[in-house]
Design a protein around this ligand. Structure first.
Ligand SMILES: [Zn+2]
Length: 124
């Protein structure tokens, strides 16, 4: 299978992506360095996302890894299911919950870019 040719972004374009959220990952909100930032395709290329700057978000390595080839809503769904998967698969996690070391705070996932767009989404 032929590998899809990807656009090579210039340093200026990379800086534009970095500046979108002032050096924060668009998903979790952690700080990223210019060199450490990964450029994530919001709509993955394999499901028709375009390889241009409008389709890019700055992401930390971890979010880029876990989002992988998922679209934004699939990524949200994946994250929202983590507690359930841990309760099913991880004995240490279940023990930690039982002893009050870990507390489930909810499954609602609000991405950093959404908090930036609508700060009121955090309330309530
Ligand atoms: Zn992140």
């Amino acid at each position: 299978m032929e590998k899809t040719k990807r656009h090579r972004f210039s340093a200026r374009e990379r800086k534009q992506v970095f500046d979108m959220f002032e050096g924060h990952c668009a998903y979790c909100g952690c700080e990223v360095t210019f060199r450490g930032m990964q450029m994530d395709h919001k709509v993955p290329l394999h499901i028709g996302g375009e390889d241009n700057i409008e389709n890019l978000f700055p992401a930390c390595r971890s979010c880029n890894h876990y989002k992988h080839s998922l679209g934004i809503e699939e990524f949200r769904k994946y994250l929202a299911g983590i507690n359930q998967r841990l309760m099913r698969d991880s004995i240490p996690f279940k023990v930690a919950v039982r002893f009050g070391i870990v507390k489930h705070m909810g499954d609602k996932v609000i991405f950093y870019f959404e908090r930036c767009e609508k700060p009121e989404a955090l309330e309530g």
